[in-house]
Design a protein around this ligand. Structure first.
Ligand code: PLP
Length: 381
């Protein structure tokens, strides 16, 4: 592969040269824990033990690095394992991190209930409010700015380029959780971010059949430190999970195009529906982050959230009435999902600054026939 190759080409070929031994056109699943050494320390291709490295995982990592235009990428057992490894590699007890006021609940729980006890403190700030972030950066030394864009579940947009400049000027590093956009829609490293994290469970895997995570970085030295921590702490994906993720990635571009088209139509329908109070989708011209999203994203993604006029009970009832939108946590698979964030994915932020409104419904719009999806939502509402 060359750096001139387009995204779709890289998704199918980067890290995936036909197997030199057999010519197998997709990387085999190296379901193995250890590798024969040719004499003590005589490793073949650098492989020794699958916690340190495994060829199927290497293929996935090379592909992820290419898709994020990074120097390197590392795969993990889950998105949260990726986040934890990055945070404990970069931060030390006593460091301070700025985190979003709207983010995946599990990310907030990691900061508030795990890293806080470890001595890493945080301030919650709206990353879409650039002036507020600048003020927080000026208020104290900050080690890291953690950004999610679009956010889960409110689809807020942060200006990655502006935040990267401000963070770097203040001596902080900037990390972007790119799970909602996927590298097909947005490449934060090219906008100045130092690291990108993913729950590959979502759009990258794409089929709701595997849990995984990744970190892609601009700087090889950081990748080396991350590899050390990951080997020392052990949060690696198994070979079959790496293989499933890599297989999903091959169709990422085609799936995302369809997710984006369907989500835009769903958002437009909801915006006109009499039972709906407010729609959150960065593709709508009325969304406060629409212009920034247009500048830094190829399209607006497959996630749509909305508030129902009749309140919490109506939101919960709506989630139980859909036929095609399956009631469930997670997102980014080919099948449409519906959920109630306050009681499901974001239950862990109840009572925190990230608490979400109880009349909110979140949709992961899949790639089914969009007329069917719209009919389903209409009858449920
Ligand atoms: C934006 C975002 N980041 C990170 C995660 C955590 O990923 P995982 O569930 O793979 O640990 C999620 C999970 O929903 C997420 O939505």
């Amino acid at each position: 592969m060359t750096s001139q190759d387009g995204f779709e080409t890289l998704a199918i070929h980067a890290g995936q040269e036909p197997d030199p031994l057999t010519g197998a056109v997709v990387p085999p699943i190296y379901q193995v824990s250890t590798f024969k050494q040719d004499g003590v320390g005589g490793l073949r291709g650098g492989y020794e033990y699958s916690r340190s490295a495994n060829p199927t995982r290497t293929a996935l990592e090379q592909c992820l690095a290419a898709l994020e235009s990074g120097a390197s990428a590392l795969a993990f057992a889950s998105g949260l394992a990726a986040e934890d490894c990055l945070l404990r590699t970069v931060c030390s007890p006593g460091d301070h991190v700025l985190i979003p006021d709207d983010a995946y609940g599990g990310t907030y729980r990691l900061f508030a209930q795990v890293l806080a006890g470890w001595g890493v403190s945080h301030t919650v700030v709206a990353m879409s409010d650039f002036a507020a972030v600048r003020a927080e950066l000026a208020a104290r030394p900050v080690k890291m700015v953690w950004v999610e864009t679009p956010t889960n579940p409110l689809l807020n947009i942060a200006d990655i380029r502006a935040l990267a400049q401000a963070a770097h000027a203040a001596g902080a590093m900037i990390v972007v959780d790119n799970t909602f956009a996927s590298p097909y829609l947005q490449q934060p490293l090219l906008l100045g971010a130092d690291a990108v994290v993913h729950s590959t469970t979502k759009y990258l895997g794409g089929h709701s059949d595997v849990i995984g995570g990744a970190v892609a970085v601009a700087d090889e030295a950081l990748a080396t430190s991350l590899a050390f921590t990951r080997n020392a702490t052990g949060g690696v994906p198994g070979p079959f999970d790496a293989w499933l993720t890599l297989r999903g990635i091959k169709t990422l571009a085609a799936r995302m195009d369809r997710h984006c088209r369907n989500a835009m139509r769903v958002a437009q329908m909801l915006a006109e529906h009499p039972a709906v109070a407010e729609v959150f989708y960065p593709g709508l011209a009325a969304h406060p982050g629409h212009k920034t999203a247009q500048e830094q994203m190829r399209a607006f993604g497959g996630m749509v959230s909305f508030r129902v006029l009749a309140g919490e009970a109506a939101a919960v009832a709506t989630c139980g009435r859909t036929r095609l939108f399956t009631l469930g946590e997670s997102l980014g698979g080919v099948e449409s999902l519906i959920e109630h964030p306050a009681r499901m994915t974001h239950a862990s932020v109840a009572g925190s600054p990230l608490e979400v409104s109880a009349d909110l419904i979140r949709l992961s719009v899949g790639i089914e026939d969009c007329d069917d999806l719209i009919d389903d939502l209409r009858q449920a509402l």
